[in-house]
Design a binder for this molecule. Structure first.
Ligand SMILES: *Cc1c(COP(=O)(O)O)cnc(C)c1O
Length: 389
């Protein structure tokens, strides 16, 4: 095993695919401290600028004084506090769902749902570009998993024709590496027609899309109930940590009883739940953050097209610049870092072969000056890299 691992690592390195972790020396934000320098950050999912918000910090400090740090046990033993409970009720109320259930991470929520709900002879039908946690959950499930070409309704309808006792259709609300929004109206109407259930992973839509920030369903004017299973993460726009699954009483009670990734793990600290509650409150009180983010997205796209920077068809905070080759993507990312900009190169297997990209994520806290500076540098580096090839 060790020899094979050594070979795999060397192969990754030869393909410019080795990953490195940047060690931060301070809080998330538009400006972050790392390796003794300050960088302008365009790689964070902190879309609304809440990860370092004083109200979240205060909520966490206050709850830590009252509840301590460790939650001590899983939710089903003695780890479930009134902070967790209130957060679940507040999220269910916010979304207009019957009930909601907290998970420690989005990965565990997706994995738990797909491994415990569908059974043998059921079908899980997923978009090819769905998040890794959904694909992993689908592979580990007793149900058969089929995938359809990204956002392609013809390909989707072909998979829906396969025989099954029941069908669970699974899609990201906003695709994490492309930034486009799933064709939810078409998926909802087809699911209704075929009596299939829909699961939406709204990690990048929750808090950001829709007038009230309820996510990708609200964006299209669809009822919350049009997705039988709605998953959102709390570590992105909400600025906290963890995840939630929302839906019917039957869904949530089944997850509590049968969801192994829910049952067999320690509850998140109560202080984290308290910080999440403060983030949820800010979603509702400070709609200007969503509006500012939208303005920044529009400004970025307008200016990028003036600079002839090729963009992907995304109207969300995720604005990838497709480069293709791994070495070229890495070289541009490194040059930007030299210039004080953090724009992390996204390479296979996170994205398909030959589609390495610089994934710009915008937040409500970026100023037009920040965006000007990024696009000026990015445009220079793109021209240089293209001249070299
Ligand atoms: C981030 C993400 C997850 C995983 O959530 P974590 O809380 O980070 O584990 C799941 N799905 C999508 C689409 C994501 O972007």
């Amino acid at each position: 095993m060790w020899q094979k691992l050594q070979a795999r690592l060397e192969q990754r390195k030869a393909q410019d695919l080795l990953r490195h972790r940047l060690t931060l020396e301070g809080a998330q934000g538009v400006r972050i401290q790392a390796e003794g320098k300050e960088y302008l950050n365009f790689s964070s999912n902190d879309y609304l600028g809440l990860a370092n918000h004083p109200k979240l910090i205060e909520a966490m400090q206050r709850a830590a004084k009252q509840y301590g740090v460790g939650s001590g046990a899983s939710h089903l033993i003695i780890g479930h506090s009134d902070q967790h409970h209130a957060l679940e009720e507040e999220i269910a109320d916010f979304l207009g769902a019957e009930r909601a259930l907290l998970f420690s991470t989005g990965y565990m929520a997706n994995y738990g749902v797909l491994t415990c709900l569908p059974e043998k002879n059921d079908l899980i039908i997923q978009d090819k570009l769905n998040h890794a946690s959904l694909i992993d959950g689908g592979m580990a499930s007793a149900a058969k998993m089929l995938r359809y070409a990204h956002a392609d309704m013809d390909s989707f309808e072909r998979q829906m024709k396969q025989p099954a006792d029941s069908r669970l259709v699974v899609t990201d609300g906003v695709f994490s590496m492309d930034g486009d929004i799933a064709p939810l109206p078409e998926l909802v109407s087809s699911c209704n027609k075929h009596k299939a259930s829909l699961m939406v992973d709204d990690a990048h839509g929750f808090g950001v899309l829709g007038e009230q920030g309820k996510g990708s369903l609200e964006h299209f004017g669809l009822a919350q109930q049009s997705a039988a299973i709605y998953m959102a993460t709390l570590g992105k726009a909400l600025g906290g940590f963890g995840a939630v699954v929302a839906g019917s009483e039957l869904l949530i009670e089944s997850l509590i009883q049968f969801g192994r990734s829910y049952i067999y793990t320690t509850a998140m600290p109560a202080a984290v739940a308290a910080a999440n509650r403060a983030g949820l409150k800010l979603f509702q009180e400070e709609a200007w953050r969503r509006q500012q983010l939208k303005k920044n997205i529009d400004y970025f796209r307008r200016l990028a097209s003036e600079h002839d920077i090729p963009l992907m068809p995304s109207e969300t905070a995720i604005q990838p610049v497709l480069i293709g080759r791994n070495d070229k993507t890495l070289a541009i990312s490194r040059a930007l870092k030299e210039a004080g900009i953090l724009l992390v190169a996204i390479r296979p297997p996170t994205v398909p072969e030959n589609s390495a990209r610089l994934r710009v994520t915008l937040t409500a806290e970026h100023s037009t000056d920040d965006i000007d500076f990024l696009l000026e540098k990015l445009s220079d580096e793109l021209k240089q890299a293209n001249a070299q090839v």
